[in-house]
Write a protein that binds this ligand. Structure first.
Ligand code: GLN
Length: 197
C-alpha cells in the first residue's frame, strides 16, 4: 500500500520517522501537489499550524482534490493541526482566526484550548481497540474537542475528555502519536487501512 504524509508544514519528519520504523525502512510518499495523490492508499496529516497548512493546501491546488479523496474514503490519520482541518465546527478563538475546514469529522473543536507552548503536556490516553498500556499522549498547543456529534465515534480519552475520534476511514487525534515513540496507533491505523471495508 502506498502511504503518504502531507508534507507542507509541521512535524513531517517525525511522522516519516515513525512510519519508516514501522514499515522496515521504506519512506512514505511526501504529498505536496495533486499528482502525489495518485494511487495513494493512506495518508497522514501532521500537526503544525493549521492556518498555515490550510493556506499552503489552497495555494498548491491541493485543498479541493484532497478533500474530495478523503470524502471518497481515503484512509487518513490526522493529528492536532491536521485534525483541526477535518473538524465540522471550529469555535471562535479569542483574538485569533480559524482556518477553513473540510468538515468531515463531526466534532466541535476549539484551537489552542489548553494554552500555549508552555502549557504543552504529556498524559496517559486510554484507547479503544488498541491493546496494552495506556498510550503516552503528547499534547502540544492542542485543540480541545468540545462535542462529538452522531457522525463520529470517540476512541481515545484523557480521563473523561475525548481526545480522539473516528469516522469511517478517518482517524483524528488532538495529540501526537508520532512523538511518543509508541507505534501502536500508527500500526492499528495502517492495519485498518489495509483491510478492504
Ligand atoms: N495550535 C495549532 C493549530 O491551531 C496546532 C498545534 C499542533 O499541531 N501541535 O493549528
Amino acid at each position: 500500500m502506498n502511504v503518504g504524509v502531507l508534507a507542507l508544514q509541521g512535524d513531517v519528519p517525525e511522522h516519516v520517522a515513525a512510519l519508516r520504523a514501522l514499515v522496515g525502512g521504506t519512506s512514505p510518499r511526501a504529498v505536496r501537489r495533486p499528482a502525489d495523490l495518485e494511487g495513494l492508499g493512506a495518508l497522514f496529516l501532521p500537526g503544525g499550524e493549521s492556518t498555515t497548512i490550510a493556506r499552503l493546501l489552497e495555494a498548491g491546488g491541493l485543498w479541493d482534490p484532497l478533500g474530495a479523496r478523503i470524502r471518497a474514503g481515503l484512509p487518513v490519520l490526522a493529528t492536532c493541526a491536521g485534525f483541526i482541518l477535518l473538524a465540522s465546527r471550529l469555535e471562535a478563538v479569542p483574538g485569533g482566526r480559524n482556518p477553513p475546514t473540510w468538515g468531515l469529522l463531526d466534532v466541535s473543536v476549539r484551537r489552542n484550548d489548553y494554552g500555549g507552548q508552555r502549557e504543552s503536556f504529556e498524559e496517559a490516553v486510554r484507547l479503544d481497540g488498541v491493546a496494552g498500556e495506556p498510550f503516552p499522549g503528547v499534547f502540544i498547543r492542542a485543540p480541545r474537542i468540545l462535542a462529538v456529534g452522531p457522525g463520529a465515534t470517540a476512541f481515545a480519552w484523557r480521563g473523561t475528555e475525548v481526545v480522539g475520534v473516528r469516522s469511517g476511514a478517518i482517524w483524528g487525534l488532538t495529540f501526537h502519536p508520532e512523538l511518543s515513540g509508541d507505534p501502536r496507533i500508527h500500526r492499528a491505523f495502517l492495519d485498518a487501512a489495509a483491510r478492504p471495508s
